[in-house]
Design a binder for this molecule. Structure first.
Ligand code: LLP
Length: 420
């Protein structure tokens, strides 16, 4: 099932027991709706799956950075994987523990590095020689001794969409294994940095657990060699990337299977394992709720024009991603092939194409499934459209965790220029 905790009760689509119609009345549309219970369960599934290892689960903030969700995960005891100073700011606002934060990313600025050093985050995953040198200089300046990993590029084909594969030599990410080894062997010269970890991340929406196993194997070989040279490698980080089911029937490996592979590969190896899951924690725990504005039937084509658009959810336009479209009220109307499109002035503005779905009528509510990850975070104000609201359902209660933007929000920080 592409969603968790979302189901039909008497032909009405609900989150837990709450009808999405009720949420649409409260929050308006378009709105993202998340199940807090599903998010907690996914986090706990990782924690259980890794119980046999010393481990850290650093939720990848980029997947969904709403304070409502970050605070819930902080309460669960999660750590956080960040890729910008802004994400660190959010984590701290949400009550996250800085000592449980890892900072990834290829292009950290000195301002961001300084902020993270001042907040005494847990670890920096560095991706270049230049970044290491800058971090070292800043750490010395402000008197910190941060723990550091190199993000290596294990040259593994993750067999995913080319835009979200990251582990091949041709990608901008990480440092090649040979170059990394050279840097580690000079680790002593990097004082006050404590270079004692190895990280990698091979891509996202990965279904083949074997690809993770292979990447881990390469990292373990490097760690073994380095320990042999006296480099004290303590922490390994395998990144994120476990895929989720977007289409009914295209079942991803489970968190439990993934955990079993990790436990087997690391048994007795005496490393602390970090992982950075994003999509597999929040993806299936969210839907985008939208209302049909018009039904337009052209020559051989039917369009349902809805009030959500590519600015709210760009995944279909950007990756040709598939998201299931579910009527919030089952109608028994005849099924027709429908393009679900938004009001934005681009032909790329579609949420679904050629879907067999019950005839959509103006006023109907639709749920675009599996949009908890890389949905709201990738949204924009294109066409001067205020960004959507977000609602979080926990048990039977609904909280609006982000109010819908208003037109004033669109011009915040701007000035009008009038010639004198
Ligand atoms: N760690 C690092 C260093 C990453 O770059 C990413 C994702 C993750 C962890 C989390 O990966 P996950 O568990 O969520 O697969 N916008 C794209 C996905 C981009 C992923 C970027 N990096 C999408 O909508 O499919």
């Amino acid at each position: 099932m592409p969603t968790q905790k979302f189901h039909y009760i008497d032909d009405i689509f609900c989150c837990h027991e709450v009808p999405l119609e009720t949420i649409a009345e409260q929050a308006g549309t378009p709105s993202y709706v998340y199940s807090g219970d599903a998010i907690r369960e996914n986090y706990r599934a990782y924690d259980r799956a890794l119980a046999g290892l010393e481990h850290d689960i650093h939720y990848a903030v980029k997947a969904n950075s709403s304070l409502g969700i970050l605070s819930l995960l902080a309460e669960e005891g999660a750590g956080f994987d960040i890729v910008s100073g802004g994400e660190l700011y959010r984590v701290l606002k949400a009550g996250g523990d800085p000592s449980r934060v890892v900072f990834s990313g290829v292009g950290k600025t000195s301002e961001e590095l300084r902020y993270a050093l001042e907040q005494e985050i847990g670890r920096f995953n560095c991706e270049s020689d230049g970044e290491l040198r800058l971090l070292r200089e800043l750490a010395a300046q402000i008197g910190r001794k941060p723990e550091v990993s190199l993000r290596v590029n294990p040259d593994i084909d993750a067999e995913t969409h080319p835009y979200i594969a990251t582990g091949l030599r041709e990608h901008k990410f990480g440092i090649g294994l040979a170059e990394a080894e050279r840097i580690y062997r000079q680790a002593a010269e990097l004082h006050p940095l404590r270079l004692n970890g190895i990280g990698c991340h091979i891509g996202s929406q990965i279904f083949n657990i074997g690809a993770f196993a292979e990447a881990l194997q390469r990292v373990l070989e490097l760690a073994g060699r380095l320990r042999g040279f006296g480099v004290p490698i303590e922490a390994l980080d395998l990144g994120g990337g476990l895929g989720v089911e977007y289409e009914t029937g295209k079942q991803s490996p489970s968190i439990a299977d993934y955990g079993r592979m990790l436990c087997a590969a690391l048994a007795g190896a005496n490393f602390r394992l970090g992982i950075e899951p994003g999509r597999s924690i929040v993806g299936q725990a969210g839907v985008l709720l939208t209302r049909v504005l018009y039904r337009k039937a052209g020559e051989g084509k039917v369009f349902a024009i809805v009030d959500a658009a590519m600015n709210d959810l760009i995944r279909p336009a950007l990756y040709r991603a598939h998201h299931e479209v579910l009527p919030v009220r089952r109608s028994g109307r005849p099924v027709e092939l429908t393009d679900v499109v938004g009001p934005v002035c681009e032909s790329g503005d579609f949420l679904a194409k050629g879907r067999a779905m019950p005839r959509a009528e103006p006023g109907d509510l639709l749920a675009i499934a599996t949009t908890g990850a890389y949905g709201f975070v990738l949204s924009s104000n294109y066409n001067s459209r205020p960004r959507a609201a977000e609602a979080l359902v926990e048990g039977g209660s609904v909280r609006i965790v982000r109010r819908r933007e208003i037109w004033e929000d669109l011009i915040r920080g701007e000035v009008v220029c009038v010639q004198a």
